[in-house]
Design a protein around this ligand. Structure first.
Ligand SMILES: Cc1cc2nc3c(=O)[nH]c(=O)nc-3n(C[C@H](O)[C@H](O)[C@H](O)COP(=O)(O)OP(=O)(O)OC[C@H]3O[C@@H](n4cnc5c(N)ncnc54)[C@H](O)[C@@H]3O)c2cc1C
Length: 284
């Protein structure tokens, strides 16, 4: 289907984009890589009157080292993440999950900011961002604010971003040299997660010193597997302790039943994939 008519603006700075979004009123919308928004427009599930294209704003691209954190511009593509050595050293979990997204074409166009702002419960980068306790920076005519990942994801396809706010940066605390793995189950024909697990752990002398685990598609938003984390911390990095901890993976989740899996099967998958994710991360 052909999208409804809309005006198109392509500003070259964040300030101009914020002004364009505000001037466009409540029916204005931002477009990043377009990999989720364009299908939505073509299906006429949304009909914005103004599209504000962020594609020409250079300041929104790239990864910078900011001491104890990495700061990633919202318009950094999946491809840009994968090629960046800062990501593989300090946020390996993000790189590992990014490898699993869709196909090369989509990874060249899709952006981290777009993926996070879209907040698809099956989206693969939301759980890693939650697990690594990232903070999002949002800019609007009222100023700039920071939103922790634990407050950012509100419901299905709904975030804490207000209609006049643009997500500009994702700040990820460094997890330098942490082991990490993103394990997901998907249909062979497409890469969308039925369930997936993002796990990253810090090892010290054969024991697990710190652990962060988050789940994809086990609720309307990504969920931290706090029970698993508690059970892993201080334990030897052995198959037995990982298996025992993984049994707690479905605690506090609210999985849906759909054509791919029912809720009970999703709960089972969460445990199996958690065991695999942590085992693969640490090579146990
Ligand atoms: C065939 C196909 C397969 C896919 N497979 C997968 C997969 O396996 N795993 C996966 O995780 N994803 C998958 N995707 C989705 C893909 O990852 C999208 O690129 C991503 O979800 C959105 O990123 P984008 O930059 O294209 O955002 P857009 O599509 O441009 O925007 C998405 C939404 O976010 C808003 N938005 C974007 N940027 C900002 C910003 N900076 N500030 C405020 N709001 C913003 C837009 O207004 C829009 O509502 C797939 C997509 C397709 C078409």
């Amino acid at each position: 289907m052909i999208p409804s008519d809309f005006d198109y603006v392509a500003p070259s700075s964040v300030d101009e984009a914020v002004a364009a979004l505000a001037n466009g009123g409540e029916d204005a919308k931002v477009i990043a890589g377009g990999q989720s928004l364009m299908p939505v427009l073509r299906l006429r599930l949304a009909a914005p009157t103004v599209l504000v294209d962020l594609g020409r704003i250079d300041e929104l691209r790239g990864v910078r080292d900011d001491g104890d954190a990495l700061v990633i511009g919202a318009m950094t593509t999946y491809y840009g993440l994968l090629g960046n050595p800062l990501i593989s050293k300090h946020a390996l979990l993000l790189a590992d999950a990014t490898h699993t997204v869709a196909d090369p074409q989509i990874r060249h166009r899709g952006t981290l900011g777009g993926a996070i702002a879209h907040a698809d419960p099956a989206g693969d980068l939301c759980a890693p961002v939650l697990a690594m306790e990232a903070t999002m920076t949002a800019v609007s005519p009222s100023g700039t604010r920071s939103i922790p990942a634990s407050e950012f994801f509100v419901d299905y396809f709904t975030t804490a971003l207000q209609p006049d706010e643009i997500l500009t940066e994702i700040r990820i605390p460094k997890h330098t040299d942490w082991a990490a793995h993103y394990e997901k189950l998907n249909r062979v024909a497409q890469a969308w997660s039925i369930v997936a697990v993002a796990a990253t752990v810090e090892l010290e002398g054969g024991a697990i010193r710190q652990a962060r685990v988050a789940l994809t598609n086990m609720a309307s938003v990504p969920v931290r597997a706090r029970g698993v984390e508690e059970a892993l911390i201080g334990q030897p990095a052995t198959p037995e302790s990982i298996r025992a901890a993984a049994e707690r993976a479905a605690e506090g989740t609210d999985p849906k039943t759909d054509g791919n899996a029912d809720a009970d099967f999703r709960s089972h998958l969460a445990k199996v994939l958690t065991r695999r994710a942590v085992s693969t991360a640490i090579g146990a």
